[in-house]
Design a protein around this ligand. Structure first.
Ligand code: NIG
Ligand code: FE
Length: 414
């Protein structure tokens, strides 16, 4: 049996919980001054005040991880990314700097379909190799669980190849991966005006294979003006739900279509982006317990308005924060950037930000029972910061202050 002890923390934030935290409960990060954590066989055995914990154990039985007077907290959960893709779109970013906008680039055949072309041309091995590099970078930022989407295939073969790449990476890498099938992510030229046919194709040809092979836990769609409308989104998501999948939705990002309302109607696990979500949609999500996953790095890089994080929390929503790493709208997996933007521009308190990237992120990938907090019985996914207080997270802006990353009780980055 492996036994480890994290000692000498200035504070342990437990972020304790086994489900999402809503509204004002997001302030509760379970701070224990001079805390310690006992880990056994990769799981959290006990957490509490060090002085108390040490009374009941024989310290010689344990391997010591010395936090050296710094903050100990749960590993981050990045609950919305598109980390498996071929090619890059660096030139597109420069077009945007020149004044082009994201949707116009998409309308003239660039954007997502350009990544689709590169992804179709990539072999499974290439997708795995590039995905592995991106995961390594995430781990250094303290991410111990990540969600990854398909959606750069659109056709059966490539959608499956993307999902298979994630399956391989799950085995190989020291990070948990939740997988999402995002077949209806964009409309290729030949389907322009025939979006219903494309939805039929996804429902009848692609979804059944994804389900049969057990390659994805969630289904997702880009519900947006000029992409898929609410009715098409409802049809696809309902079919996925009937096939036993949990739901996510790219909702109300650029235009207010009613994606948040649809997420509430279908009982989705989360609705994501939500820059333009209506008051009614926000109210419905809070009522139905749909997690609002906000992606401020995307708003920043597209120079869009930020989602109304403060309003959502004040109106009882459970907010999660994620990077949205992808080759187009948001080529970053920076947790420090995510923390800065959400605290400064969505008016979230640092405690709420921490909840949003730990236990609420875990809930957004249906893993609040096993990760996202330092609670007895959960996986020992823990990070140690380079500073003695969580207040350094927004204060030391843009800098990665995660020093040690522990995944299932093992040190995976230091
Ligand atoms: O979440 N909004 C749609 N999908 C991605 C962007 C994908 C891309 O630009 O390649 C997003 O931002
Ligand atoms: Fe996305």
């Amino acid at each position: 049996m492996s036994k480890r002890l994290i000692l000498n923390a200035s504070e342990v934030l437990t972020c304790s919980g086994f489900g999402p935290k809503f509204g004002e409960d997001m302030m509760d990060i379970g701070r224990i001054e001079k805390g310690a954590v006992i880990i056994e066989d990769g799981l959290i055995k006990k957490v509490g005040v060090q002085k108390e914990l040490l009374k009941d154990i024989n310290i010689e039985d344990y391997e010591i991880i010395d936090a050296k007077g710094n903050t100990v907290m749960p590993g981050f959960v990045d609950s919305h990314t598109h980390f498996v893709f071929g090619g890059y779109r660096a030139e597109e970013f420069s077009w945007r700097l020149r004044g082009d906008n994201y949707m116009d680039i998409m309308k003239r055949g660039g954007g997502i379909v350009s990544s689709v072309k590169s992804t179709r041309e990539s072999t499974l091995e290439e997708l795995v190799a590039r995905g592995a590099k991106r995961l390594d970078s995430m781990v250094k930022f303290g991410v111990t669980t990540v969600e990854g989407k398909s959606g750069y295939g659109l056709d059966l073969d490539t959608e499956i190849r993307q999902l298979e790449a994630m399956k391989i990476l799950k085995e190989r890498k020291d990070i948990d991966i939740a997988t999402t099938f995002l077949g209806p992510h964009a409309v290729e030229k030949q389907y322009k005006g025939k979006e219903d046919e494309f939805i039929d194709y996804q429902i009848n040809e692609v979804l059944p294979v994804v389900v049969e092979k057990g390659l994805a836990e969630f289904a997702d769609i880009f519900c947006e003006d000029n992409v898929f409308n609410v009715e098409q989104s409802r049809r696809f998501l309902q079919a996925a739900k009937d096939a036993g999948m949990k739901l996510k939705i790219h909702a109300d990002e650029i235009v207010q279509l009613g994606g948040a309302e649809l997420a509430a109607e279908l009982g989705a696990t989360s609705a994501d982006h939500l820059l333009q979500a209506s008051d009614k949609g926000i109210e419905a999500m809070a009522e139905k317990g749909v997690i609002s996953t906000l992606l401020p790095c995307t708003a920043f890089l597209l120079k869009e308005e930020y989602a109304r994080g403060r309003y959502m929390i004040d109106n009882g929503c459970a907010v999660a924060l994620a990077t949205d790493l992808n080759p187009g709208s948001c080529f970053t997996n920076s947790i420090p950037l995510l923390i800065s933007l959400s605290s400064l521009y969505m008016d979230m308190r640092i405690e709420e930000v921490i909840t949003a990237i730990t236990i609420n992120g875990a809930a957004a990938v249906s893993r609040a029972d096993s990760v996202g907090s330092i609670d007895e019985g959960k996986k020992a996914d823990i990070i140690i910061l380079d500073f003695p207080s969580y207040h350094f997270l927004p204060y030391h802006a843009g800098v990665n202050i995660v020093k040690t990353v522990i995944k299932s009780g093992e040190i995976v980055a230091q």
